[in-house]
Structures are given as structure tokens and as C-alpha cells.
Design a protein around this ligand. Structure first.
Ligand code: MN
Length: 135
């Protein structure tokens, strides 16, 4: 039996957070939750997760700021960090990828494709064309 991967969900919207948490728990993941970037930094440094889902728009500390701090944590070197955003405008995806996120999930969340996306990232197989282009 392998140990379940740990995922940290950082999202200020409780409805979204619970929805994502329940889907991921159903798929066997161990899930931690944070309501803003500051809480995410505390939880991630206490116990580094394998993957982080990070909302962009949050009170206290937004996702871009949290990402910069998370990327500086030695314990999170190989941790996949995926942005959650409701931005709909063209160009935002590129801005998010350039900021250093590994991927981008737009809200409302596609609950059917979420588990597969998470699994591919944990297995190191997912890579967007944009990210490839930036490397
Ligand atoms: Mn938000």
C-alpha cells in the first residue's frame, strides 16, 4: 500500500473549497485546507504537501504573493502548484504561467476532469504547451 499524496487546497470561497476537498478525498488523497495565502504558508511549512491548489483572489494574502513565498521554501522544491482562478480574460493564463505556477484551473471547476489533472501532475506527466514553450 502506498501512502496517499497530500494536497493543500488554498481557497477563500468555502463552497469551492469543500467541493474540491470532497472530490479529492473521494479519490483517496489526504487533503489540507487554507483560507488565504498566509494560512497556506503556515500549513505548507508545517508539513509540505505534494501538490498545492492555490486560488488567485483571496483576502489577507493573494495567490501571486503566496506563490512567491512558497517557491522560496526549501521543503517545496518539487511541489506542483496549480492556480485556481475565475479570471476569464485572454492573457491571464499566460500571466499565471509566467508567474511560476505549474498549471491553471479555471473556475467553475470541471469536477470530472479535476482528478485526472491532479493525478497527471503528481505523476509528473502533465505539461501544458505554454509551459513547454517557456522552458
Ligand atoms: Mn477567491
Amino acid at each position: 500500500m502506498t501512502m496517499a499524496s497530500r494536497i493543500l487546497i488554498v481557497e477563500d470561497n468555502e463552497t469551492n473549497r469543500i467541493l474540491i476537498r470532497d472530490i479529492l478525498r473521494y479519490h483517496g488523497y489526504e487533503v489540507e485546507e487554507a483560507e488565504n495565502g498566509m494560512e497556506a504558508l503556515r500549513k505548507a511549512s508545517d508539513r509540505p504537501p505534494d501538490l498545492i491548489l492555490l486560488d488567485i483572489q483571496m483576502p489577507v494574502m493573494d495567490g501571486f504573493t503566496a506563490l512567491r513565498h512558497l517557491r522560496e521554501m526549501p521543503g517545496l522544491k518539487g511541489t506542483c502548484i496549480i492556480a485556481l482562478t475565475s479570471f476569464a480574460m485572454t492573457g491571464d493564463r499566460e500571466m499565471i504561467m509566467r508567474a511560476g505556477f505549474d498549471d491553471y484551473i479555471s473556475k467553475p471547476i470541471d469536477t470530472r476532469s479535476l482528478p485526472g489533472l491532479i493525478r497527471r501532475h503528481l505523476e509528473g506527466e502533465a505539461m501544458t504547451g505554454l509551459k513547454k514553450g517557456l522552458r
